[in-house]
Write a protein that binds this ligand. Structure first.
Ligand SMILES: O=P(O)(O)OC[C@H]1O[C@](O)(COP(=O)(O)O)[C@@H](O)[C@@H]1O
Length: 579
């Protein structure tokens, strides 16, 4: 089964030795726009960032800071008023014991300016969340539990969320038409594979699957739970997922009593891709550049899965658009380079209306049939399941329960959808990833994480650095590091995301395809480069990291995973930190 699908090569790895620390590691690589702004402006030392400012302050400015107050040691508070200060200077100018009025008024002006600057910065930091960053939100135990179940050490995650365009290419190679019915049958075959839950801890679904295969998905989830000798638990997404266990609050994913282990082995979680594909970051600029370069037809990239258009072939082997991945049917790389319109940078669509979509997805598939709007009041018996509420629309149908009522209904009927995925795409080029692309995608991924956590789904963040391009391994490492630093900085700045309740899904760090790709280096080199970057950039509180295949065949992806595992284990055995 897995052999049929390169996407099944996604696997989970939990970096060992990670302790719970909300702090990100060093801030070195990515261009810290706000940090450098702060260091330039040198706020008062009572600010929350005084340490960082001290580090960045120039010797001159530091001298000035000290000078201003000392030249006026007994300055009365009234000198804060410029009017009063001017008067005082004028009336004392004839007294030889008084300080030079010119220099005192200059010092006062400098002090006054610094005070205003400090106040302005304090307001700015509060509003941009820098202050909040020092107060991470409380741990979201329910979602951390979902993460732990997904990170089963002997299982992987099946990515069955390819967009219809990507899917079409696979179907084409088998001479099958690309329509909803065929896609449904294909995915039905995957999802009803006997014993799937022994090897797969979760499946990422395309939204269309939720409505196409609702009965099958319910059956799979029910079978997974019912098959557990420990008996059924209350759904897969809630905090009571291990209610039948006596395992306490261990969080290592490997321990616990027998019954609990059995339950975990049988658990099977469902997630849904919630982004809507990519679009050019700066359409005008990008198109202009492409046209100037004589780029011919635009590839199929750039239109969202929601839009579902643009089926033209060609382009890169691994597109940036949800509708544009052109990975070969057997998992091999497709053709094409990375020039022309294909080299444009993108952002990911789908933030608009996300909260509503998130609730709909969450409530679309529950252990109990969802209550129609009219039955949302307490005491009304559950009604037969209505047609799936999933659609590309962004507002709830008229008469839908309020978000809080829906949340209450969802928690009582236990949503079978536990997590949601968002993919952002980054290109490595001479000038990319640009800081605009880094900032925009990091900001949007962080916003996605906040919305999904609030909605009760575990966010899976997939910042994919594409392998197309002519970059070497070193540049791939640098680009990945910048992407991840930017992402975690954006998450910290929001202040409302529990970074311990999300999963990261990244590509292996390899040279670009035009530089030999992963074939030009050994699996050990790939593992070493990947691990180095991850341990430098990912906060220890992140519970685990998944790896996408990024167009690599199953053999290569598996070799890289094995090499990663070996490397981590070797270092552990040697008593060294993983990196
Ligand atoms: O068709 P899309 O939306 O571009 O996505 C293609 C695939 O890329 C992924 O995001 C990563 O997949 P791989 O692990 O196969 O690289 C999948 O989840 C998705 O099916």
């Amino acid at each position: 089964m897995a052999k049929q699908r390169p996407a099944a090569a996604v696997a989970a790895a939990t970096p060992p030795g990670r302790e719970d620390a909300q702090q990100a590691p060093s801030e070195g690589t990515a261009a810290p726009a706000a940090a450098s702004a702060a260091s330039n402006s040198q706020p008062a030392s009572s600010s929350p960032s005084s340490h960082r400012q001290t580090k960045h302050r120039s010797p001159n400015s530091s001298r000035n800071d000290k000078k201003a107050p000392s030249s006026k040691p007994n300055r009365p508070s009234s000198t804060a008023n410029p009017q009063t200060r001017a008067t005082a200077a004028a009336t004392t100018s004839n007294n030889p014991n008084t300080p030079n009025p010119k220099s005192s008024s200059t010092s006062a002006a400098v002090l006054w300016a610094l005070l205003i600057l400090a106040a302005a910065l304090a307001v700015h930091w509060t509003s941009t969340g820098v202050r909040k960053a020092s107060q991470p939100p409380p741990p979201n135990t329910a979602l951390r539990e979902v993460a732990r179940l997904l990170l089963h050490p002997e299982k992987g995650i099946l990515a069955a969320d390819e967009s219809p365009v990507t899917f079409g290419k696979r179907l084409l190679s088998y001479g099958l038409p690309n329509n909803a019915s065929v896609r449904r049958q294909w995915r039905r075959t995957l999802l009803t594979t006997p014993g799937l839950q022994q090897y797969i801890s979760g499946v990422i679904l395309h939204p269309e699957t939720l409505s196409q295969l609702a009965p099958e998905l319910r059956a799979v989830a029910a079978a997974a739970v019912a098959a557990s000798p420990a008996g059924p638990s209350e759904g897969t997404g809630g905090p009571d997922v291990r209610a039948d266990s006596g395992g306490g609050n261990d969080t290592d994913g490997n321990s616990g009593c027998g019954g609990q282990q059995q339950t975990q082995q049988r658990q099977f979680l469902l997630g849904v891709k919630l982004d809507e594909g990519t679009a050019p970051l700066q359409p005008q600029q990008q198109q202009g550049r492409a046209a100037a370069a004589g780029a011919a037809a635009a590839g199929p990239r750039g239109r969202g899965a929601g839009g579902g258009t643009g089926a033209a072939a060609g382009g890169s082997s691994r597109g940036s658009g949800s509708s544009s991945s052109t990975r070969g049917p057997a998992g091999g790389a497709g053709g094409g380079g990375s020039g022309g319109a294909g080299a444009e940078e993108t952002y990911t669509q789908g933030l608009e209306g996300l909260a509503t979509r998130c609730r709909r997805i969450r409530d679309a598939l529950t252990t109990a049939p969802p209550m129609p709007a009219a039955a949302a009041s307490p005491g009304t018996p559950p009604q037969p399941s209505p047609a799936s509420p999933l659609s590309a629309g962004t507002s709830p149908p008229p008469g839908s329960p309020s978000p809080s009522a829906a949340a209450a209904a969802a928690s009582s009927s236990s949503s079978l959808v536990s997590f949601a995925k968002w993919r952002a795409v980054f290109r490595v080029g001479r000038h990319t990833p640009s800081s605009a692309a880094l900032r925009r995608n990091a900001h949007d991924m962080a916003a996605f994480a906040a919305v999904t956590q609030k909605c009760g789904l575990l966010p899976v963040l997939e910042p994919e650095v594409l392998s197309e391009g002519d970059h070497d391994l070193q540049r791939a490492m640098g680009a990945t590091a910048r992407v991840l630093k930017g992402l975690f900085r954006a998450l910290r700045r929001r202040g409302d995301v529990d970074v311990g309740a999300l999963l990261l899904k990244v590509a292996f760090v390899t040279p670009g395809e035009q530089h030999g790709g992963h074939l030009g280096v050994t699996p050990e080199q790939v593992a070493n480069a990947t691990l180095r970057v991850l341990f430098k950039t990912v906060p220890r509180v992140v519970p685990g990291i998944l790896f996408l295949s990024g167009g690599q065949g199953e053999a290569a992806a598996t070799a890289h995973l094995l090499a990663l595992g070996r490397l981590v284990r070797e270092r552990e055995l040697a008593g060294r930190p993983p990196m």
